[in-house]
Design a protein around this ligand. Sequence first.
Ligand code: 13P
Length: 327
Amino acid sequence: MSELHAVAHKMVEKGKGILAADESTPTCAKRFASINTDSTTESRNFYRNMLFTTEDIEKYISGIILFDETFHQSELSSGIKFPEYLSSKNIIPGIKVDQGLEDFSPYEKLTKGLDGLSERLGKYYALGARFAKWRAVITPGDSIPTNDCILANAKNLAKYAKKCQQANLVPIVEPEVLMDGVHTIDESFEITSRTLKMVFDQLDEHNVSLQGIVLKPNMILSGYECSYQASIEEVAEKTVNCLSAHVPSEVPGIAFLSGGQSDEDATLHLNEMNKYETDWNLTFSYGRALQQSALKAWSGKKENVTDAQEAFIEKAKANSLATVSGL
Ligand code: 13P
């Protein structure tokens, strides 16, 4: 098996999942504001250090997605750079490489970051990264998403994925259909289907090796403001059906984003989906659903570190169990 395929398999190994800790500096500032904590280079280093040094993290977490700043920061007691520190714990270091969103039209977004990408990927590989992430955002609404916007995002995802594989990094391919809004679960199903179809068509067109990617999609949910909220079972069934229709069996694994669901829902949905027989491993690549309770427990205070680490490992363990439908 090539290095790429081996890494992709390891990222989605049963019983483990990915921690998305790649919040950009402005997003981190928002998260820290919710706990009345200043977001500074030091406080962000401290917070990430707290998560990554949690005892037993490597039992449940296969890889961690880092933001550029964190990628160059260090574990605080040893001074070892995070990529090296994580690798030494058998956790694969990953890096967010998209450069955020620009307007595609007044209502839709296109992810940017292809300029100079190959050069950046080479540097990250040399510094220890073994996978990357690129997030495309698809927005449900009145007369949107348009096929033009989905296609433009799918093309960028495929170009990014090809460049990653050429640099020996596994691309996390993340087309996120937002869960915010009044749309129904059936509309989410339709939009996600359309999106996945275009994404896999483009991956094929760009000769991306499907055994060397990890797909990071949304689950198929009722929009958060929709008056009918689908049950855990309905979400699991529709999500598995949608993915089965569009994701080729060569893809080793699917690692879901949590997208603003409650921690409990994110875990229960994953647990329920894993009751189905599927061609690919189904796991998590959560940001908020893994971090929310730890962030709150920490509240920016050194004396709360142990409580925060306990909250974090509890979520990591619950989601690890959900990957084998063990809840
Ligand atoms: P959430 O799980 O908070 O949606 O974050 C995952 C992620 O990496 C979004 O790009």
